[in-house]
Design a protein around this ligand. Structure first.
Ligand code: HEC
Ligand code: HEC
Length: 624
């Protein structure tokens, strides 16, 4: 105890000496919380996410343990930067302490390695895709790159062995090396003592109690910050990793963002991955390693301090730029939004009494209408339709036109030839929809709009032009068709106050057919009255020229008889409900639907039975 506590500190205890202690403190938190996490974590592709979900949502105080581990790891990188700056500014790296400075740099690499390997362990979308960037960087290492990447991944692709290898590094190799180097670092530090820039500042004191008090307060402040982040923010867990589901919200941990941003600059990209991700960081590291030697001269020390400050400024600047670029990128923001929705949704699904199936939590997402519906819509329907103005997943549909120029290019045989080449892209413009927005399809507002303002509801069809730039024939068939004409010639009737109730009854009747959530029941008074109007066309003021039933057949649910005959309009049996939609999507050109005027592709063969079911259930809101 005496040996440990009564170390002499010339010039008195100071706040600037606390960083080393806070690092030891946060590392201790990591070891303790890490062991607790280990008691519940299970590294395999079908159990990693699931066990982290268990820790986060079911284990007693699991969220607290995981949060502390998560945020202390980030605190360590910040404290490392502060420690490094203090050491360089105070010249504590100069002889005879250069060995210890180098030990410190090795410790820094190990801590960054721990952060990198830990990011993958939850096996969630975020970690899965962000870590692939790092292993690709490994693969760009000169000479041994591919072998190195193979070794880290445990194969040519990501899989189970990537997880077990990263776990062995994260919980075995790296902490053991860190402890060994830390012991050396502290032993060497005690041998040389603290570096004091100005010993006459105050009378000398001992480590205990003055410096210990300051260190203790600093550690408590770190703990308070980490706790506050755990309680108010909490460690994230995104949806389980799914190799078949691209994830454009992937970003590395924030302390690697600067590198990510650097690699995104056009001129850096142009030089190749090895240049930006290995040579440049390697050169910066080399300067850090050379600091003790440069520091032997007065000018060298000044250079070191200036260099480190500039480097830190550069890192902060690049990080800020990365955040700014991302916050201005609508596609990225939409991807983040979707990722967030998924992370909330998968927890909802996992919390059902059935729990997580043996195949793992990915299968929960893959068979969930709420998460798959928007994606299926984006892929299959968004080329023509919109969903509340976007593609279903929240992205705007934009087009980036290429700028093509003729350039002269030397051919292989030595002759020159004019070729067209893409030299850049124009700023993206929003692509116009060519079919209706289906965001409120089947709702009572939708039905009301179709009846009272058909042309307006289907106005997106006006964007379809033929070769001469005139309204396309297919659109004309709809915009100047029976329903459009009917809607226009009866529009006046709906402006009469006495007919208000009749309209809402008619809407209620059609709405009840879909049997959607929130729709009135079939036998409600309103839908009964609506059915009368549908069949007879009797309304308080005026009358229909042709009745709905003359063009639309309909078989009310729970009844055998078909009202009307298949006419010019689509059959409205179960209109906008699950069965109607499924049949319609399978073949919209069937005579029951649009018949010969149909302009929409049939999806009966383009989508599998399961995909169709997921899409339809999402559109009608039939999911838990
Ligand atoms: C090639 C363009 C195109 C694609 C792709 C397309 N549709 Fe359509 N769809 C149309 C046209 C045109 C109509 C009829 C007029 C209209 O709705 O604007 C229509 C009509 C509909 C209707 C009837 C309601 C209405 O607006 O009249 C629904 C529902 C519908 N589509 C759903 C889908 C779904 C779901 C997908 C994706 C699986 C899809 N469509 C893909 C062009 C398309
Ligand atoms: C003269 C025949 C005719 C009459 C009368 C008629 N419709 Fe239509 N309706 C059509 C046709 C045809 C379409 C398909 C769109 C088109 O081709 O214009 C249609 C489309 C619709 C749709 C949209 C289907 C889709 O694409 O999603 C609804 C809803 C509808 N009609 C309801 C009614 C109601 C309610 C009435 C009575 C108030 C009515 N229709 C009267 C012919 C008619």
């Amino acid at each position: 105890m005496h040996e440990a506590l009564y170390e002499n500190i010339p010039g008195g205890a100071r706040w600037r000496y606390v960083w080393g202690s806070t690092l030891v403190f946060t590392f201790t938190i990591q070891v303790i919380t890490g062991l607790f996490l280990w008691t519940a974590y299970s590294p395999s592709t079908t159990t990693a996410w699931e066990s982290v979900y268990y820790i986060q949502h079911h284990m007693q105080y699991g969220w607290l343990v995981r949060g502390l581990h998560h945020f202390s790891a980030q605190a360590m990188t910040v404290l490392l930067a502060l420690h490094l700056m203090q050491v360089v500014i105070d010249g504590a790296y100069k002889a005879p302490r250069e060995i210890n400075f180098w030990l410190g740099l090795i410790l820094m690499q190990i801590v960054l390695g721990l952060g990198l390997t830990g990011y993958l362990l939850p096996w969630d979308q975020k970690g899965y895709y962000a870590t692939q960037v790092s292993t690709e960087i490994m693969g760009a290492t000169p000479v041994v790159g591919p072998q190195l990447q193979n070794l880290a991944q445990g194969g040519s692709q990501y899989g189970h062995h990537t997880l077990t290898r990263f776990f062995a590094m994260h919980a075995g190799v790296l902490p053991a090396t860190l402890i060994a180097f830390l012991a050396l670092h502290i032993a060497v530090f005690r041998r040389h003592g603290i570096t004091v820039t100005n010993p006459d500042r105050a009378p000398a004191t001992a480590f205990w109690p003055d410096q210990v008090l300051k260190d203790g307060i600093a550690c408590l402040a770190v703990l308070a910050t980490v706790l506050a982040l755990t309680i108010f923010k909490g460690a994230e867990l995104s949806a389980p990793a799914d190799p078949s589901e691209a994830y454009s919200a992937a970003r590395p941990e924030w302390y690697f963002l600067f590198l990510f941003q650097f690699l995104r600059f056009g001129w850096v990209e142009h030089q190749g991955l090895a240049f930006g991700a290995i040579y440049v960081p390697g050169a910066l590291m080399a300067v850090l390693v050379a600091m003790p030697i440069l520091g032997r001269w007065r000018a060298g020390h000044a250079f070191n301090v200036a260099f480190l400050m500039l480097m830190m400024l550069g890192i902060v600047g690049l990080t800020a730029l990365a955040l700014k670029n991302d916050s201005e990128d609508p596609d990225f923001l939409a991807a983040v939004h979707q990722a967030h929705e998924d992370s909330v949704r998968v927890v909802e699904l996992a919390a059902r009494p059935e729990g997580i199936p043996l195949e793992g939590a990915v299968s929960l997402m893959r068979s969930d209408p709420k998460s798959q519906g928007p994606r299926l819509f984006a892929r299959n329907c968004a080329p023509c339709h919109r969903y509340d103005g976007h593609d279903g997943t929240g992205r705007k549909i934009t087009r980036k036109d290429a700028i093509v120029e003729e350039v002269i290019e030397r051919q292989k045989d030595g002759t020159d030839k004019k070729v067209k080449k893409i030299v850049g892209y124009k700023p993206p413009v929003e692509e116009l929809a060519t079919a209706t927005d289906l965001g409120n399809f089947g709702s009572s507002e939708w039905i009301k709009a179709v009846i009272t303002n058909f042309k307006g509801t289907f106005s997106a069809l006006e964007n379809v032009k033929d070769k001469e730039g005139k309204l396309a024939e297919s659109s004309k068939r709809f915009l100047e068709g029976d329903m459009s004409g009917w809607s226009a010639s009866h529009a006046q009737l709906w402006r009469v106050k006495e007919n208000e109730q009749a309209l809402s009854d008619l809407v209620a009747f059609l709405h009840s057919q879909g049997r959607r959530k929130g729709a009135p029941g079939i036998s409600d008074d309103a839908s009964k009255r609506g059915r009368q109007i549908f069949e007879t066309g009797k309304i308080p003021v005026g009358a229909f020229e042709t009745n709905c039933i003359d063009c639309h057949s309909l078989q009310p649910i729970d009844e055998d008889k078909l009202l009307g005959e298949v006419g010019s309009g689509p059959t409205l049996t179960n209109y906008a409900g699950k069965n109607w939609l499924r049949e319609f999507l399978q073949n919209p050109g069937h005579e029951k639907f649009y018949g010969s005027k149909n302009a929409m592709p049939a999806f009966g063969e383009r989508l599998t039975e399961k995909e169709l079911d997921l899409l339809v259930r999402w559109m009608v809101g039939d999911y838990e």
